[in-house]
Ligand binder design. Structure first.
Ligand SMILES: [Fe+2]
Ligand SMILES: [Fe+2]
Length: 332
């Protein structure tokens, strides 16, 4: 004889196969308009799941069989909020120019001009602006000289630099990777306009006119891959042993992996073989900014840039160049 309450129980079990039997029993009592007690409803639901004892299971075939489990609330793992962090692959076979630490509007006209001329004359297939391309002095959290605090003027010079670079390299992919100085923009927005800080119109692509010049923004501290060579700005490693005597060795000590990075404003290299003779090589590139800024008149910085030639199999060769005070490009 058809039993409408069993039909209701079967339907509930099919719709909510993972819900606790007690929860569904309460729902069954409701849907049956109180025609059965809570204990009877629980028995019906347990019958549908086949968790009502071996003897009963023979009598009533479960519609949604499941293994017996602890009564009451069943906890599941909370969903993660962690976001995927993946490298940005240039996908280039050929030569990639790497310009780090330009710090516009505190760039060195001589060094930047020499680096761009050199890359233009040797011919490159892509260009990476490897972080601290802009200084964002006016929105830094450090104490600022009011004489230099002109964010509008700074922004105009950044846009001019971006337009000039696109003009000099009109038909190759250009990637703009954010360094610690570009991160000042997000930090400033979070402090001053948090409600609209994640609007696309508030992002660096729009504000620096990268989108207008078809320049790709790579943010979130993502490494860039030039073949098998990861390129970092350098601040991604965090603080600690990141300012050693030899920056490239510091990178090796931290990463134990071949890498090319900027951030330290110094040209250096470090090669270390493992026990089987497989070499790990780390490079740091010089900067292209003023070498005597107000906040660090005496330092150990030097001007430089790099060109990375990538083979079809991902193998690469790094040419880590220096630029002399009078604008001559020298190998390191
Ligand atoms: Fe820098
Ligand atoms: Fe930096």
């Amino acid at each position: 004889m058809p039993d409408p309450i069993t039909d209701l129980a079967r339907d509930l079990a099919a719709r909510f196969p993972k819900a606790p039997a007690r929860t569904l029993a309460r729902r069954l009592v409701e849907e049956a308009n109180g025609a059965i007690t809570l204990e009877q409803a629980r028995g019906r639901m347990r019958g549908q799941f086949g968790v009502c004892g071996a003897k009963n299971r023979k009598r009533q075939k479960p519609s949604v069989p499941r293994a017996p489990r602890r009564a009451g609330v069943v906890y599941t793992m909370p969903p993660t909020k962690a976001e995927a962090w993946t490298p940005y692959d240039m996908g280039i076979v050929g030569t990639i120019g790497v310009l780090s630490d330009i710090h516009v509007p505190y760039h060195s006209e001589i060094a930047l001009g020499a680096a761009v001329e050199d890359l233009k004359s040797s011919g490159i297939d892509a260009l990476v602006l490897n972080g601290d391309t802009v200084d964002f002095y006016a929105i830094s959290r450090w104490t600022k000289n009011p004489k230099h605090r002109n964010f509008r003027g700074e922004l105009e010079q950044i846009r001019q630099l971006v337009a000039w670079l696109r003009q000099e390299f009109p038909s190759i992919p250009i990637v703009f990777k954010t360094g610690n100085h570009e991160e000042r923009w997000a930090h400033w927005l979070w402090a001053h306009a948090p409600e609209i800080s994640d609007e696309p119109e508030m992002g660096l692509s729009a504000w620096l006119y990268l989108d207008r010049h078809d320049i790709t923004l790579v943010d979130n501290q993502r490494p860039i891959l030039a073949g098998k060579l990861p390129i970092l700005h350098g601040h991604e490693k965090g603080k600690g042993i990141s300012s050693p005597v030899n920056q490239a060795r510091g990178a090796f000590m931290r990463l134990h992996h071949t890498v090319l990075e900027g951030h330290g404003h110094r040209t250096s290299g470090h090669c270390e073989p493992d026990m089987w003779g497989s070499e790990v090589f780390c490079w740091s590139t010089g900067c292209l900014c003023d070498l005597r800024p107000e906040y660090a008149r005496l330092n150990k910085w030097n001007h430089g840039f790099a060109a990375v030639t990538v083979d079809a199999d991902g193998g690469f060769d790094v040419s880590n160049q220096r630029v002399t005070a009078d604008g001559r490009v020298r190998s390191s």
